[in-house]
Design a protein around this ligand. Sequence first.
Ligand code: NDP
Ligand code: X2W
Length: 615
Amino acid sequence: MGRPIEVALSVRPDVQGVCAEPDFGFSQAYVRDTYAAARFQHSRAAALQPRLSSPPAGRATRRPPPRLLVTRLPRLGTLPRCCSWARRALDLRFPHPHCWARPRCCPNNAIQVTPGTNSSVPTRLVERYVPSAPPPPAHQTPQVHLPNPRPRGTAPRPPTKPVAAAAVAVPSAPTATGPPFPFSTSPPRRRRARLHPVADMGSTALGGAAPARAGLAPKNGVLGSTFKPCGVVKLKTTPKVGRSSVCVRASIASSPQKQYSPKTPAVQSGEEVRIAVLGASGYTGAEIVRLLANHPQFRITVMTADRKAGEQFGSVFPHLITQDLPNLVAIKDADFSDVDAVFCCLPHGTTQEIIKGLPKQLKIVDLSADFRLRDINEYAEWYGHAHRAPELQEEAVYGLTEVLRDEIRNARLVANPGCYPTSIQLPLVPLIKAKLIKLSNIIIDAKSGVTGAGRGAKEANLYTEIAEGIHAYGIKGHRHVPEVEQGLSEAAESKVTISFTPNLICMKRGMQSTMFVEMAPGVTVSDLYQHLKSTYEGEEFVKLLNGSNVPHTRHVVGSNYCFMNVFEDRIPGRAIIISVIDNLVKGASGQAVQNLNLMMGLPENMGLQYQPLFP
Ligand SMILES: NC(=O)C1=CN([C@@H]2O[C@H](COP(=O)(O)OP(=O)(O)OC[C@H]3O[C@@H](n4cnc5c(N)ncnc54)[C@H](OP(=O)(O)O)[C@@H]3O)[C@@H](O)[C@H]2O)C=CC1
Ligand SMILES: CC(=O)N[C@@H](CCC(=O)OP(=O)(O)O)C(=O)O
């Protein structure tokens, strides 16, 4: 394991959010690793030229830390601005505005931040790096593209010229050969990009093999000692309104089982995709934000709300206060000039009008039900009004990822499946396609956690109405029936009907679908099992459990997994299939991220490798 570097930034504890002093000269930063060295140069903010010098070789860790002296700070009035300075100076992306916890983009604890003692202002931030890249030759100056800020609404400028980069070096053994740099150089790109792991998804701070495969991991470590590989980190700043977006992207914890890429990738590895989350103040919107915190290439630039427009996201969802995010705005005030792709997390009915008004070049994943039904008459029948964007309905691709991967890859607009339909179709579609089950008498009993109903206050979802009980609803016809029947009928190439009853159960997240099916003549439960096994063998997110293990919702909560298994019914010829998902992840936002990854030509699992939260 390589020696980590700790960079501590002390912030004056008496600063309370806003500082009137123009020369807010508060700061000292320490590099506490004896072997650390860093050089910061910023051609624009000439005033800001903190330097760290490499300590002499061979000195032990007890040596007082070298000090990063910030001689003068730019005229920055507020603490958030100060954080922006700190990002530039230390190449870190500090959470905004109360930067006292983990920054985003730091999976697997490669980067850690310890909270300060002052409740409102950080007093100490500690960042750990475990880089793996060999340093560039001593004569080579790492390059970084400086921010190229432009006023909102103006046309993007061409990429800025590379200039000398700020960098923190982390050798793992004493050296007198000068500071190495973990940030690699890179030529300007057409699209704006940010710090990112060069080794893509395969790289890992926990020992993934990809950096080594890609020749990126140091041979026996930088400067003669060993590092645990985590991939090279590129430093680039991006033009961003009003602030620097320099940050460190750590690599993701495990290697993908499959790497998918389209024929013409919409984005290169490492290039940034600017994201708008419409309906970010709802449950699925917040879940997108949570998932994207670990996504190395998606950056949220726009977030909208309705009633909560104007509020800070961190005050609407305090569990995500650590994320550096734009404020919530009304959709009418959203600026889509700084957006490449949209997650639309709005109520059905509202969505179609809004998507119709979005710029046509945007890639869109719509989480609502608005574009799922291909037959607009069926839509009108189940949703109670004529469709208001039939041309988009035609364009939309249904986003059941494992089943329609190829279509999704080339889509501009994806209709993300409903949560019940996801949990039902994942097991039934392959069995129907293989003609292993009969198309009649498919009975489905499904149960959903209360988040399935959204965050809006409804009497039926009060604790007193939900707690300690379970109740069925939509018995005569739930709007997910036509969606499931559409998918199963396509698989069967003939009309399939189902009996479906959803239930609301007293849990926050999770969904279980229990499917009672008749097997085709001569087919056994073992045949069903084997077929599902071979179908999903290489899939990262769909898992067939072994033997008689029963899928539990608590084993998938917080993750993008669907766990399933097949059981023999007491009645000969019948089988019972159980699948579980987290309704907010695989049932909504997780699958949406999976789909956008595909649409952008990125590895499908990027940013999604969360293990379930248990207990
Ligand atoms: N929850 C789940 O498990 C799943 C949900 N879905 C679908 O995803 C979509 C979002 O669901 P969910 O997050 O649960 O819903 P929520 O009710 O939690 O959130 C809805 C979001 O939409 C905003 N909004 C509401 N009305 C309007 C409007 N007229 N104009 C603009 N914005 C509006 C809300 O803003 P504000 O808060 O400010 O009012 C909020 O941000 C829905 O279509 C839902 O059916 C799909 C699969 C699963
Ligand atoms: C518990 C609960 O109320 N669940 C919702 C389904 C959630 C979902 O998937 O909704 P969409 O089809 O709009 O995406 C319902 O039954 O209507």
